[in-house]
Design a protein around this ligand. Structure first.
Ligand code: SF4
Length: 290
């Protein structure tokens, strides 16, 4: 019987695994790869149908590029795990002996973390220590903010599955936070300016440089201010920043989009979801080149 060849192999974001494009299957490098899983996934079938030869070659090119990025990403993750630059925060690696930490830059990235993402979303911070422990370091679909984010991403053509599937790989998007460690005192507890500064220089800036997304979407004003400061952008009223995206200085095209936080509180007080979809539509136009 003729042996099937793998159509699409790539290192995933952080798990040192190889994934088919849809993340339906993953295998450790050391375990050996069976091509049939890649061959059979629907992405592979579609790619074969549209461009049988080019599809394979392009994919192998992706693989080389991805493994370099992947190595750099793992280095950044390792540095984050030992970081203690901020007083008053708990590193995921230092909480409960690290059992709820992951091989990602932060807890939110477990959900979506493609290193070839076109869109990198920056939230303020993930949660407090209590929530991190209760949720075992994972995001949840039932969270209204996550549900709204999925809707907003879908409105610009990025469809992802719920975080409990934890595939990190469905859409071309990377989710991260401006502050990667956990505060104390509840989800609404105050966050310090110095935490944004520390984490921005050490991790957010290098991550954006690594992923090189077309768009950095800052979810809420604090996340936007962190990015604005990180790149020394001219300070503008938040509303103006929402209306007119900025361009990263000395960069080859990444744009910074400020959007309102999509949690229920902001939807009920500042910006309804429908209005937020209109804000996100500017991003959608940039992604499609419309
Ligand atoms: S928030 Fe960032 S900079 Fe601060 S201790 Fe954690 S990883 Fe380090």
């Amino acid at each position: 019987m003729k042996k099937e060849r793998p159509l699409y192999l790539r290192s995933c974001c952080a798990n040192a695994h190889i994934f088919c494009r849809e993340g339906q299957r993953n295998f450790g490098f050391a375990k050996g790869i069976s091509g049939k899983f890649f061959w059979n996934c629907s992405w592979a079938q579609q790619r074969r149908a549209t461009s049988p030869t080019k599809g394979i070659l392009a994919s192998m090119g992706d693989m080389n590029n991805d493994s370099q990025k992947h190595g750099q990403y793992l280095k950044l993750v390792a540095e984050r795990k030992t970081c203690s630059a901020c007083t008053g925060l708990t590193n995921p690696a230092a909480c409960c002996g690290g059992k709820f930490d992951s091989e990602h830059i932060g807890p939110w990235s477990r959900w979506q973390s493609r290193l070839d993402a076109e869109v990198l979303v920056v939230g303020q911070d993930w949660a407090d220590v209590k929530c991190f422990i209760n949720q075992q370091g994972k995001s949840k679909s039932g969270n209204p903010t996550n549900a709204a984010l999925m809707e907003l991403l879908a409105s610009v053509g990025i469809v992802i599955r719920g975080p409990e599937l934890d595939d990190g790989y469905a859409g071309k998007v990377f989710l991260t936070n401006a502050i990667l460690c956990m505060k104390q005192g509840g989800l609404q507890a105050e966050v310090r300016e110095e935490w944004f500064d520390n984490c921005g220089k050490r991790y957010l800036g290098p991550l954006i440089a690594l992923v090189k997304p077309k768009a950095v979407v800052c979810l809420g004003e604090r996340a936007y201010r962190a990015v604005e400061k990180l790149y020394g952008l001219h300070r503008r009223p938040f509303r103006e920043a929402v209306m007119v995206p900025a361009k990263l200085p000395a960069d080859n095209g990444t744009r910074i989009y400020a959007v309102y936080h999509c949690g229920k509180r902001i939807q009920n007080t500042h910006r309804k979801l429908q209005q937020q979809k209109e804000d996100w539509a500017r991003l959608g136009e940039a992604l499609t080149g419309a």
